[in-house]
Design a protein around this ligand. Structure first.
Ligand SMILES: C[S@@+](CC[C@H](N)C(=O)[O-])C[C@H]1O[C@@H](n2cnc3c(N)ncnc32)[C@H](O)[C@@H]1O
Length: 400
């Protein structure tokens, strides 16, 4: 039973007594029995998540023999563990002190509605329900939803809890004041993008993230980790480091350490076309250690930007190949196209030179410098985003 104990944030007192104690939530023995039965109902073959990480760390034979003997007898051919899936990032946070620190650092109060992404078995949710007016939990795995519902009911929190059983990237979030979550690390980038660019209004988001991802989010110009993710998020939000969390605080133990960060939306957001900004930063940071001069001299990039700009009819002083009557054959066509590209390249580099950024690397530039350069490009009719394509936050953050 140790696995289930840990997953539900229970603590085992001793192998002799094998009595279970609930660290924070006041679940009685009958409810624990119900939860165990529920977990048994949802057991699945060990297809996605191999036994080793669980067995090494979590499985305790003494507990299992003493506590769960009666259950095992009834289910001789079955395993009594809640199968956790790596593909869903199911690493449950079990240390009550860490959970308390996260809740406290979020600044949640009795009037707040909290959005939690990926509540899992509810270790963090129960603490949030104690502190907040309401919790909206978005969970994709309906086995977890069942466990959470029962746990909240046992604690008398049903009224305060709304569960949306859906992929958080596809769900529409109702209004909320705060986000507090130990999110599945696999969706970190699109989820942060959705939160900060999705048009939501909230005080802050306190998120437990993979340490490397958090480091990139916190990076400043000149830091080796500084990339497009930090540049884009910094445009609309401030990010602060709260604390590091060891991998040992999770069940099963992941391969990576974690950090908690707090993301606060800025009250004043720069007046910039977001589609243009995302596409522009994607171009600049494609090879973040190249100078801007070198990036904007790349033939493929120049041709791509020429296409985007001329099809939108915004660049007047570049020869418009479509309106050219001088092409007699395909070879002429290519030559004129080549001339276009060269002219356009000179135009691009001229603008970067005017901004004084030709020899600069994007990873060392502030958002103000990048915004200035984008405004010069746009004023000259040079566009980075295909205006016919709709806004796609996820695509803009892809690969980050
Ligand atoms: C890292 S676990 C956190 C569980 C719990 N909050 C805790 O701290 O113990 C992530 C949870 O997110 C859920 N999850 C994974 N992908 C999701 C998605 N796209 N949308 C919503 N929930 C998701 C998983 O099923 C899992 O319960």
């Amino acid at each position: 039973m140790f696995v289930i104990n840990k997953a539900l944030n229970f603590q085992t007192v001793s192998p002799q007594t094998s009595m279970l104690q609930c660290a924070k939530s006041s679940i009685n023995h009958r409810s624990k029995y119900i939860l165990r039965q529920l977990l048994l109902k949802f057991q699945q073959p060990h297809a996605n998540y191999g036994r080793p990480p669980f067995n090494n760390r979590c499985y305790n034979d003494d507990d299992e023999n003493n506590v769960n003997r009666h259950v095992r007898k009834k289910n001789e051919n079955q395993d009594d563990r809640l199968q956790l899936y790596k593909s869903l990032g199911q690493h449950l946070l079990t240390n009550p002190r860490v959970i308390d620190s996260i809740v406290n650092s979020s600044g949640v109060g009795p009037d707040d509605t909290v959005l939690e992404i990926g509540p899992g078995t509810g270790n963090l949710t129960i603490r949030l329900l104690e502190a907040a007016k309401k919790v909206v939990a978005v969970e994709v795995d309906n086995r977890m939803v069942e466990v959470l519902k029962n746990r909240a009911s046992e604690c008398g929190f049903c009224e305060k809890l709304t569960i949306i059983c859906k992929d958080a990237l596809k769900a529409d979030f109702p209004d909320f004041d705060l986000v507090v979550a130990n999110i599945p690390y696999g969706i970190s980038s699109p989820l942060v993008a959705k939160l900060v660019f999705g048009g939501y209004h909230f005080r802050n988001a306190t998120l437990l993230l993979q340490k490397e991802f958090a480091t990139r989010l916190l990076a400043n110009p000149g830091d080796s980790e500084f990339n497009r993710l930090a540049v884009n998020v910094k445009l609309v939000a401030d990010v602060e480091h709260v604390m590091n969390v060891s991998k040992k605080e999770f069940v099963p133990i992941p391969k990576v350490d974690s950090s908690v960060v707090k993301i606060c939306l800025k009250t004043e957001i720069p007046d910039v076309n977001l589609n243009e900004w995302w596409a522009f930063t994607k171009t600049c940071f494609g090879k973040k250690n190249k100078t801007l001069g070198a990036t904007f001299r790349q033939k493929k990039k120049v041709a791509e930007l020429l296409n985007l700009s001329r099809f939108k009819g915004s660049s007047e002083d570049i020869v418009q190949h479509e309106s050219c009557n001088e092409c007699d054959n395909e070879e002429d066509e290519c030559n004129i196209l080549g001339t276009d590209v060269n002219l356009f390249k000179e135009k691009l580099v001229g603008i970067i030179r005017t901004a004084g950024l030709e020899d600069k690397r994007p990873s060392k530039l502030s958002n103000e410098e990048l915004m200035y350069l984008l405004s010069l490009f746009n004023q000259a009719g040079i566009l980075f985003h295909d205006q016919e394509k709709p806004r796609d936050i996820n695509a803009s953050f892809a690969g980050l």
